[in-house]
Design a protein around this ligand. Sequence first.
Ligand code: PEP
Length: 249
Amino acid sequence: MARQFFVGGNYKMNGTTESITSIIDTLNKAELPANVEVVIAPPAPYLALAVAQNKQKTVEVSAQNVYTKTSGAFTGEISPDQVKDLGATWTLTGHSERRTIFKESDEFIAEKTKFALERGLSVIFCIGETLEERKSGITLEVCARQLDALSKIVSDWTHVVVAYEPVWAIGTGLAATSDDAQDTHKQIRAHLAKTIGEKQASEVRILYGGSANGKNAPDFKDKADVDGFLVGGASLKPLEFIDIVKSRL
Ligand code: PEP
């Protein structure tokens, strides 16, 4: 089964009612290719706005994070059920900023992912190594550890998209080369074949994330294991984001 090209936009803690409305209007007016799955992740306070503004249904809407409970005394958290209630259908988990700034462990991220899937969300599950880990030559080891935390507790990966985001490339302007990304994606897929099975590993989409932009996205066009992008900074510039969405045409 061919893997559908996927472009996600992670707005992080950026945006206002005005700017998010304007971005979505621009996406709605653009003729985005029907064969690309496009998902945007605004900050939680703007999820309902994004869903309402997405009149042409050009994009799907994602949370950036969820908790492991449906409701209760968990001040500051949001549940997958609330995300769904607002009309969003995806969430990110394990973004490197959650892992590093908020000290989320592999196990906690796996638990969140499992719970989000059980509650009916699809998940962009982020993994990736730091610069130190890369320099020590343990990129695959780190990615495997992060993936294994999930494969130990989730066997059906139908609604999981993996985003490989080397931490050193996020927000730095230093994207991985397309050859490096392909090499790591191939190893990630080979590792998944061992843990979740050949069939699922061949079907799961693996996105590249880390300073992807309108200029470098076409370089990844012919990379067999790069099934799309998770875009941070450039997703706030809708015309550039559209260039990324169209980079496989
Ligand atoms: C991200 O936040 O997931 C990301 C990839 O950021 P940037 O594109 O800005 O590097």
